[in-house]
Design a protein around this ligand. Sequence first.
Ligand code: DQA
Length: 145
Amino acid sequence: MSQKLVLVLNGPNLNLLGQREPGIYGSATLDDIGAALTERGEALGVTVESRQSNHEGALVDWLHEAQSRGAQAVILNAGAYTHTSVALLDAIRAIDVPVIEVHLSNPHAREAFRHTSWIAPAAKGTIAGFGADSYLLALEAAARL
Ligand code: DQA
């Protein structure tokens, strides 16, 4: 039997992790996080595929792909689209795959405009504020679903 698939989708500006506001987002790069997820996925018996796009529509397409490939879960850091995107909310609602919302920082401890997540109502759950560990905690949760 083939392994369970977990898609890890990263939104805008997350390609700059490591150099982007390290006091908020930490020093790990997205490649570092992807490698840690792949390694933990091997231990948990799930295949992890990590991607990043600065374009909202690409994230929508990948959510649809998670459905067509029968993914076990999606781990989604939608970046700033978290606070703006009805399209991502609708895409999450359109698929049967559970989506775990993650954030490196704790948006609720930051500016007021980050306190609203448009995607949270459709997410299975949210993990935020643990830096790169937010992703690893989400993967543990995804593997148990
Ligand atoms: C973020 C939080 C968002 O508010 C912000 O726009 C990001 C990153 C995080 O991981 O902490 O780009 O999603």
